[in-house]
Ligand binder design. Sequence first.
Ligand code: NAD
Length: 375
Amino acid sequence: AIVVSALKEADGENRVAMTPDIVSRLVKSNYEVLIEQGAGVNAFYPDDAYTQAGAKVVDRNEAISQASIIAMIDKPSAATIQQLKAGQAIIGLLAPLTDQDTVKALAEKKVSALAFELLPRTVSRAQTMDVLSSQSSVAGYKAALLAADRFSRYFPMMITAAGTAKPAKVLVLGTGVAGLQAIGTAKRLGAVVSGYDVRPASRGEVESLGATFLTTSVSGAGEGGYARQLTPEETQQQQDELAGFIAENNVIITTAQVPGRKPPLLVTQKSVDEAKPGTIFVDLAASELGGNVAGSKPATTVTTDAGAQIIGAGDMASQLPSAASDMFAKNVQAVITYITKDDQLTLDVDDDVIGELLATKDGEIISNRLRGAMK
Ligand code: NAD
């Protein structure tokens, strides 16, 4: 049988790449599953639950050395990569477009590295494997809840004997998968919501959720349904035009990403300084690469002198760990099913999904998109 392992993630990551439900499905389909001790604890999946589902709970060394396929959420550390063996497959968010050292280390080890960031998202066969979508959806939902929790007033309009509270005004910048989920969640909580994106195609999706679509004079549709990187002049123009929208809202949720690039700065220091006291910024793009809001810091809340809060919220999916893990594991299962046949790893580089999802195999960079991005 093919041996699939799931490892315990680094501190601060609450998700797990394999759930008991997916274990039992894999075991029924004749896979053997190993789970590193404690891997699911932060997602409320104790070791017992995996054992009952038919997995073997083992130590890390065994989980790595016995595996044909290793499933992870985040990229492996350099130390973990050193333990891998040629021909093993590893699946996860390996950050190939932004961390070339990891890609090179995996290639040197002759590991078959499948990186979810490289999945061709418009191929319909790949949709069940789309981790970026499943995790963005969780993140957008959680971001709206976090904003509502931190905001010092109501989201909905409240009519009471003690007076009427106005609804909160929520602005979502970047209306891809996460942004749309944030809009839907904020609407359900009763806020007055507007959305903005550089892709004009986004208008219909925003309006269908009952939110107002805002535009600037900058348009930035790029390849494959993604936004392109704007020029410095366009960026400045966009920032200037967005400043007015930001000043009128109570909550600003930002989600803008351009694959493989530093996230665009949408909210300048000046916009932060001019925000109403009590404004909540939730920056879903906040990572070590930067963020959409000036001064945002990953996994930290910064309170400004003027009383705004900037929440560095790049880790939202990890903050809803059970739901996020359920979907992640389902996406992993779809990949495993796709790359195996009759107890063999197939990994057909000529397949349009696998040929892109594969960052490295046999020491080579396989994905065209990654090859184009490698220096
Ligand atoms: P993403 O996470 O890469 O980016 C989030 C949003 O930020 C996007 O909507 C993008 O347009 C926007 N953005 C980037 N730069 C910006 C800027 N300077 N100002 C304002 N907004 C900016 O995007 P995503 O959520 O992964 O989705 C990207 C696209 O892919 C969307 O069109 C989405 O509908 C599409 N998609 C398609 C499929 C599919 O066909 N199966 C699956 C998932 C997503």
